[in-house]
Design a protein around this ligand. Structure first.
Ligand code: G3P
Ligand code: CA
Length: 279
């Protein structure tokens, strides 16, 4: 690894388990998801990124991020603000959908060309764009971006749209705001929920408190002391994400390209930026 990057307990674990590839043969193969779509090959959270993911055989599904517009529409964009991925300025919630649709996707600090007519998609447009795959069982992990701005009513709006499209069994909801997942469970105990966070034991404790179905920790928050995972309820999925992967055109180099190794630390699923590399 890069000598300038400080080693943490996970780096040390994998150095001590240099035979991890051999060990992987004895654990369940993790399932893979396309983070913000195929966001290393296409601008994140855009229709092309989602359609590319939906065409990858054996990919479980996609992860995407939702925010609400001024007029209460559900849009798919990671940040609360527009600057990083579009040519707009300010907060998503201060614009109507019609106003947001005049903006162009510019990519994530992108140095690569971006298709000129890409706009921020609505969640409805994403459903429509990959509906054949969804009908065949392709999944969507909808991350409700409501931990910075609470977006009252977001849970109800997402549930209503999912119901309209009859996609109940295709959707896993997640949030960095555990109470939001508890609230969803009160609205409908049959919806699937996951607690997002950094550290796995924190996620497990919140999942138990809120009656959530899964934990979504960072891979860096996994516990190399696998014997300490006794707090994980049996069968609870551990879907991990990695904030170190590059995005389309951002000029960074992929440092970690063996995400499957985290299955040794209990990851059942991995949410990755270039899912085609793994499935
Ligand atoms: O849902 C996993 C992951 O997407 C959470 O982090 O910042 O990429 O939304 P972030
Ligand atoms: Ca996300």
């Amino acid at each position: 690894m890069d000598q300038n990057v400080e080693k943490d307990k996970l780096d040390i674990y994998f150095e001590e388990h240099a035979d991890w590839q051999e060990s992987l043969k004895s654990v369940q193969k993790p399932r893979f998801w396309g983070h913000r779509g195929c966001c290393m090959k296409y601008p994140e959270n855009t229709i092309p990124a989602f359609q590319a993911a939906a065409e990858i055989p054996n990919l479980v599904g996609i992860e995407l991020d939702v925010q609400l517009t001024k007029d209460g529409e559900i849009v798919v964009i990671h940040d609360e603000t527009l600057e990083r991925t579009t040519d707009g300025h300010g907060n998503v919630r201060d614009y109507t959908l019609a106003e947001l649709k005049t903006l162009h996707i510019t990519g994530s600090r992108c140095t690569e060309p971006v298709e000129p007519h890409l706009t921020i998609p609505t969640l409805r447009e994403v459903f429509e764009s990959i509906l054949p795959a969804l009908r065949k069982g392709f999944l969507i992990n909808i991350e409700m971006k409501n931990s910075v701005i609470r977006y009252e009513g977001m849970e109800e709006k997402v549930m209503a749209l999912v119901k309209e499209y009859d996609l109940h069994d295709n959707i896993i909801n997640s949030s960095f705001l555990p109470e939001s997942m508890g609230y969803l469970k009160k609205l409908d105990p049959t919806v699937q929920t996951g607690i997002l966070g950094e550290e796995i034991h924190w996620c497990i404790a919140r999942a138990i408190e809120q009656g959530a179905d899964a934990v979504h920790p960072s891979v860096r928050g996994l516990d190399p002391n696998v014997d300490a995972l006794t707090d994980l309820p049996e069968g609870m999925p551990v879907r991990c994400w990695n904030s170190e992967e590059p995005f389309y055109g951002d000029g960074r180099v992929l440092r970690e390209f063996h995400m499957e190794k985290y299955a040794l630390l209990g990851a059942t699923d991995l949410i990755v930026n270039d899912p085609g590399m793994y499935v």
